[in-house]
Ligand binder design. Sequence first.
Ligand code: CP
Ligand code: NVA
Length: 301
Amino acid sequence: MAELRHFLDLDRLETKTLRHILDLGAALKRGEVPVGPSLSGKTLVMIFEKPSTRTRVSFEVGIQQLGGRAVVLGENDSQLGRGETIADTARVLSRYADAIVIRTDDPKKLDDLVAYSSVPVINGLTDHSHPCQLMADIMTFEEHGGPIAGKTVAWCGDGNNMAISWIHAAVRFDFSLRLACPKELDIPPAVLGWAKDEGADVKVVRDADVAVANVDLVVTDTWVSMGDTDAEKRHRLLKPFQVNARRMALAKPDALFMHCLPAHRGEEVTDAVMDGVHSVVWDEAENRLHAQKGILAWCMG
Ligand code: CP
Ligand code: NVA
């Protein structure tokens, strides 16, 4: 049997595969139908152990547009919440589904699903990473700003799952990354070590003004991710990393602003930036649909 095409993390796939997926997504966005088996009659099962607007709706609409259908299991819809193991769930769902998307907390659950699934698995976000979002983000940057290779991106805020996926992307898509994070909410050293071993230009700085100086793209994310329980501490630590108009003006004049959303206006980003001329956040959200259709076509086609 051919090896299953799981979409788990950008550091687990080669650049040429990621580029192929983005090309598929872009072709579908242009209305071209890529050559290859259709997804007609195929079923995507989605497990959400955390809330979602974009991931859920874009995958559900995406599989429908490709001729398939989706079954969505929310937090209280399956026996996972009552203690059935991921391994047993994977064995059962594989008998019904042609691919499985999971959004969960512990990345080990994703690996368990992969170990026991006989169909492709797609990472719809864990506490460690959010690779589907990064595919949409790269597509969006390149639509507005041209090839991302050789460009410089600034991350302002928490050293969270999105920050980790941006590091994976910097390596795979060959751009420089400046991450401004408080020491207390730092990037896991293993991820920085991997980027260094890969020869990437990824640097952590403590001053957000230094990080954004003259960059091509400024990115941020919520101060309190799903599952975080220390909101008060996070607000105190992350306040100095807010992306506001003064800070955005330190980037290149034609710099872009992106945010995976949901945004907390007035916290990590101000209205002036969210709704300002640099912001491409709505295109970014739309591209979740197109990039993920590329992922579905690659995994299931
Ligand atoms: N950006 C993102 O994944 O949004 P949702 O949590 O709404 O899916
Ligand atoms: N870091 C955020 C991303 C949401 C899409 C979270 O995990 O809640």
